[in-house]
Design a protein. Structure first.
Length: 240
């Protein structure tokens, strides 16, 4: 279609376009995201723990075992990736830009609540247009540690614990069993690793390595990178 000298796709409504192909009667024309991951975050007395796996899948095909699913926004904000990798990376990088602009304009760090609200507002404009994103935004600001969940529909909520992805039900079971607010950092690290490890063992779409992060008052630090398989067999030995 040519309008005012510019060529446009025949269908100018992205939502209609996506709907047409997601529910097409022809299997050859059907477009559908086959996603899978396990990411989690929880607050405790000394900050926020973020733990993620590293497996990227395309249906039953393992595309990568080294995907970075924790996305740095700035030294005091960290995002996670679940859903479509391209969507999560694009929108969280755009969020990083918006947070930097806020700092330059206001001469202070943006709060975790404000950062998560900006992300929610941006993706809400594309609701129903085929985005695939379920992310956590965690950080530390004047109010202390913060943890928010934001998805591709613009839903935004806060809580002390979240797990997102196909393996999240398994991770929740382990976290609910072992969680205590008064945990030491080492106990919190161990709980994060075990939750991802058990989820990866049961969920075929999760695996690779466990990347563990600790959000502290002076910013986030990467605590460890642990192979899922090694940790699982180590846990079996400890049970004997």
């Amino acid at each position: 279609v040519v309008e005012d000298g510019f060529e446009f796709l025949p269908n100018q409504d992205p939502a209609t376009f996506v709907e047409e192909f997601q529910h097409s009667s022809s299997v050859d024309n059907r477009i559908a995201f086959h996603t899978g991951t396990t990411t989690l975050g929880f607050k405790f007395k000394e900050g926020v723990i973020i733990a993620v796996d590293s497996r990227a899948t395309a249906g039953s095909f393992i595309a990568s075992q080294t995907t970075e699913k924790a996305i740095p926004i700035n030294p005091y904000l960290l995002g996670t990736m679940a859903g479509g990798a391209a969507d999560c990376q694009f929108w969280e990088r755009l969020l990083a830009k918006e947070c930097r602009v806020y700092e330059l304009r206001n001469r202070e760090r943006i709060s975790v609540a404000a950062a998560s609200k900006i992300l929610s507002n941006m993706v809400y404009q594309y609701k129903g247009m085929g985005l695939s994103m379920g992310t956590m935004v965690c950080g530390w600001d004047k109010r202390g540690p913060g943890l928010y969940y934001v998805d591709d529909a613009g839903q935004r909520t806060t809580n002390y614990m979240f797990s997102v992805g196909s393996g999240s039900t398994y991770a929740y079971g382990v976290m609910d069993t072992g969680y205590r607010y008064e945990m030491t950092p080492e106990e919190a690290y161990d709980l994060g690793r075990k939750s991802i490890m058990h989820a990866a063992h049961r969920d075929a779409m999760s695996g690779g390595v466990i990347n563990l992060f600790h959000m502290k008052e002076d910013g986030w630090v990467k605590v460890s990178q642990t192979d899922v398989s090694q940790l699982y067999y180590q846990s079996l030995e400890e049970r004997k």
